[in-house]
Design a protein around this ligand. Structure first.
Ligand code: FAD
Ligand code: NAD
Ligand code: SF4
Ligand code: FES
Length: 808
């Protein structure tokens, strides 16, 4: 008998809520049918790492913790870009701003915080903002391209990380702070002044003891006026003056708040079946603003909801590290001198190291470290365990400076097995060491993938590295960390491809078995990659493993954030005709398609299509798939060229159509976009495509590795050819070489940058190599089939992928 699942609704797709659900699914995978609402249009991402995105060290896509596939794999219904606006605690339902009502048996509120915006006159001007979300981060990065001077109000952790980001983006920046010491909530005066000096040296300008009075400017901000009458110029102002629990929804529903949502030690609110976790929750009078305590809360909540025995959540001891500034700063526990406390201080003005440990009744209760933070984790452990230090010497409490490298200096050897190494994720020394030994881990990245240690702020990476050195001894080479395909294996892309070729491996499972994959099921990173490499090596014999593909490629349509799909039929070279257009219009009407849109690649996108309508729509369209969802040739964009344009010297439309017909359905490591322009005016934007073709006097130029996306890259000249036949031949060789040597997921812009355009040129210009590459490409192209047609012809595919099954 199947047991009916309880309905669990999570409001807030952020760090705390999703972490709790992740724990819960591990403990009780079959207990709940989970629905998640998130106001932001993204899957769950690591907010902490926004500071690395802002400073240019990471990309937005690198900070996703759980991609959409994770939700699908765990049968979680996700509504992004959808805000829950009311809760009916009697009928136990929530309703969203899009009018969707979902019932719950258990409800978790994880609505986070709102940044506090000082209600200054002029605060509504353009260019005044908070720093909290991906969107904020994107606006800041965009603004830096146009504007030159930023002011950050607030010299706390967030404000300083924002200021450092602005410096990296090439802006001048003032940090305006209300008192005369920055980060006064985390540092004592000495450490604060040392930090200020280090940041001033980097170029941050501080305006201390300043009270903001008014934001000046017309439509857009031009400056900030202070109560003392002085003015600082700015064309962008970021307020980073703290956060407030986001409780409007809870309050409205009668859940007790003051000011956060009041919860007990099991994260229960005053309303039955309603729980709260994260920054919105108020536990024993504290609303936390750092992830470690939020994850501790989530662990207790998950156990409670799973029906697993758990102790109460009794509160957390806080510790923080400043990121991105390049200055090592640590603060933990109660670091302020008070009645009954004594402190050990080391201040080495030559090396710029300062350490202060606060002691009360023979126990360490807090610490501030500047310049060398290697003692941080050990001191936190002593604070948590309330270690009696009466028999200990000053030097055994604090190591001399210069720590942080090597297992000995950071003291990992002496730490107990239950010492917490990664505070953010609560991972102990014992767990990490066992994983290193049992799973054969050799790099920090592998430890991260296997145990989650270092997945959040990254502050514990040096300690994880020290634990690798401690566990593996001489065999650990810190610098030789090779780039493995993912955490499931210790092998690189090249090793895996070589093994598939040399050993004749023929399917995903076989590769994982033969190459001793640590995680025998693989993951969403390695399975699609292996599927691609196998297909690339043996196109004629390999049977594509659709279960190893991402959901869009499995469905042959792009899933949209509201759960509907988009349909983009192939329109060769972006050239169409009235018959085709009429058919598209009729199909759009027949299936009530809410939005029809031209894409950047000159295609028509039918958006908002229901899953169950997909195959019928494809049949009615009677056009091939445009592969808008795949790691494959997407589009060939063309200008009108010599046929109509008075500047044109080449028939760009004909060449574009021929290229698209030749390479449609070709699987590539990442998506590939082509363009053909009829003259160097380049109306088809050939300079920023994976391959761009431009007609020039007496022939055609081919540009390789261009990209117009996140990181714009202008393509490099690959070759100049005379005939249209040669365009096809050189394109074949270039794309095949990319297919054979690119890493799965790597765009041609990254690939060309990595292997070097001179090398690619050499390969493609070599007649013999070009011929062989073309032959292998021909084989790959000879076996492709249109996936939409396959789905139309197969009842089984329709049943397995597109039928909607009612869950009772
Ligand atoms: C730039 C930056 C750097 C940081 N660095 C660190 C750090 O180094 N270390 C550290 O420990 N902490 C850091 N923090 C703090 C940390 O990110 C937060 O403590 C943590 O993200 C809070 O998690 P949460 O789930 O409670 O809230 P959030 O992550 O804010 O998630 C709440 C989510 O709920 C959504 N939501 C709200 N109301 C609704 C509704 N009614 N319906 C649907 N969705 C809703 C919100 O849009 C949001 O996406 C940083 C924060 C920022 C902004
Ligand atoms: N590395 C990290 O751990 C990290 C990084 C970023 C953010 N965060 C977290 O994100 C949250 C928000 O960070 P935050 O720095 O905004 O909050 P915060 O409360 O930690 O610091 C705000 C700072 O702004 C100052 N301030 C207040 N009013 C002011 C005013 N009118 N003018 C000038 N200064 C003023 C305060 O004195 C304080 O130092 C916090 O919970 C923080 O812990 C943590
Ligand atoms: S690229 Fe040249 S040929 Fe093509 S449309 Fe522009 S001007 Fe005309
Ligand atoms: S301490 Fe933040 S990721 Fe480990």
């Amino acid at each position: 008998m199947t047991v009916k699942k309880e309905k669990l609704v999570l409001v807030g797709n952020g760090m705390a809520g999703v972490n709790a659900v992740e724990h819960l699914l591990k403990l009780a995978p079959d207990k709940y049918e989970v629905t998640i609402f998130g106001s932001e249009p993204h899957p769950n991402y690591n907010r902490i790492l926004l500071s690395y995105v802002l400073s240019g060290d990471s990309k937005v896509e690198d900070i996703v913790i759980h991609p959409y596939e994770w939700y699908a794999t765990n049968n979680i219904t996700l509504y992004t870009n959808q805000t829950v606006t009311s809760i009916d605690t009697v009928t136990q339902t929530v309703t969203s701003d899009k009018g969707l009502t979902v019932s719950y048996d258990k409800l978790i509120l994880a609505t986070g915080s709102n940044p506090f915006m000082i209600p200054l006159p002029g605060a509504d001007k353009e260019g005044v903002m908070a720093y909290r979300t991906i969107r904020d981060c994107e606006i800041m990065i965009e603004s830096a391209k146009k504007y030159k001077k930023a002011i950050v109000i607030g010299g706390g952790l967030l404000g300083l990380e924002a200021a450092r980001g602005f410096l990296n983006l090439g802006m001048k920046v003032d940090v305006v702070h209300i008192v005369d010491t920055i980060m006064e909530r985390q540092l004592d005066r000495t450490a604060s002044k040392m930090l200020q000096a280090a940041l001033e040296e980097q170029g941050i300008h501080f305006l201390l003891e300043k009270q903001s009075a008014e934001i000046i400017g017309d439509k857009r901000v031009t400056g900030l006026k202070f109560k003392d009458g002085t003015v600082a110029e700015a064309d962008l102002i970021v307020m980073a003056v703290g956060i407030r629990p986001n409780v409007a929804l809870a309050k409205e529903a009668g859940v007790e708040c003051n000011p956060g949502i009041i919860v007990n030690d099991y994260l229960q609110t005053n309303v039955p079946n309603v729980f709260a976790v994260g920054e919105c929750a108020m536990h024993r009078g504290i609303a936390y603003g750092l992830v470690a305590p939020l994850y501790e809360q989530g662990a207790v909540l998950a156990k409670h909801l799973a029906g697993v025995e758990t102790g109460p959540y009794e509160g957390s001891i806080l510790y923080t590290k400043l990121k991105v500034s390049g200055v090592d700063v640590f603060s933990g526990g109660q670091f302020v001198d008070a009645e009954g406390t004594k402190a050990i201080r080391i201040h080495d003005e030559f090396t710029g190291v300062y350490k202060k440990v606060v002691i009360k009744e023979n126990k360490i209760i807090g610490a501030v470290l500047f310049g060398d933070t290697a003692d941080g984790t050990r001191l936190m452990q002593m604070i948590r365990e309330e270690t009696d230090i009466s028999g200990m010497s000053k030097t055994s409490i604090l190591t001399d400076s210069g720590g942080g490298s090597g297992g000995a200096a950071s003291g990992v050897a002496d730490m107990k097995n239950d010492a917490i190494i990664c505070g953010c994720n609560g991972v102990t020394k014992g767990t990490i060491c066992s994983a290193i030994r049992d799973q054969g881990l050799t790099t920090v990245d592998e430890v991260k993938n296997c145990t989650t240690a270092s997945r959040s702020c990254g502050g514990c990476k040096p300690l994880v590295s020290d634990l690798l050195a401690f566990t593996l001894g001489d065999s650990y080479d810190k610098n030789a960390a090779k780039e493995t395909i993912c955490g499931c294996t210790t092998h690189t892309r090249d090793e895996v491809v070589a093994a598939i070729r040399d050993k004749g491996l023929s399917n995903v499972r076989e590769v994982m078995n033969v190459m001793a994959w640590k995680n025998e099921e693989g993951c969403s990173k390695c399975r699609p990659a292996l599927n691609y490499y196998l297909g690339m090596i043996s196109p004629e014999t390999y049977k594509d493993d659709s279960t190893s593909r991402f959901v869009n490629e499995r469905m042959h349509a792009n899933i949209q954030k509201d759960g509907t799909y988009s349909v983009v039929p192939r329109i060769y070279g972006g050239v169409t005709n009235p018959t085709e257009l009429k058919r598209i219009a009729e199909v759009a009407e027949q299936f009530n398609v809410p939005t029809v849109k031209f894409t950047g690649g000159q295609r028509l996108d039918l958006l908002g299509v229901k899953k169950e309508d997909l195959t019928a729509m494809w049949e009615a369209l009677d056009m091939p798939s445009g592969y808008a969802y795949g790691k494959a040739l997407r589009t060939v964009k063309t200008c009108v060229g010599e046929t109509f344009c008075r500047f044109g010297t080449g028939d760009s439309m004909a060449v574009g159509i021929e290229l698209e017909k030749r390479f449609e359905r070709l699987n590539t490591p990442a998506k590939v976009k082509l363009a053909v322009s009829g003259c160097p005016r380049n109306c088809a934007e050939s300079g920023i495509k994976d391959l761009g073709v431009v007609s020039v006097d007496g022939g055609w130029e081919l540009y390789a590795g261009g990209n117009g996306g996140v990181k714009v890259r202008v393509g490099d000249l690959l070759a100049t050819v005379k005939t249209e036949q040669e365009i096809i031949e050189y394109t074949e060789a270039y794309l095949q070489y990319y297919r054979e040597t690119g890493k799965y997921g790597e765009r041609t812009s990254e690939w060309v940058h990595r292997v070097g355009i001179e090398h690619v040129r050499e390969v493609v210009m070599n007649e013999e190599e070009r011929k062989q590459l073309c032959e292998r490409m021909d084989k790959a192209l000879s076996v492709t089939q249109d996936p939409w047609k396959q789905a139309i012809d197969s009842k089984k595919i329709q049943r397995d992928l597109y039928e909607v099954v009612e869950i009772k």
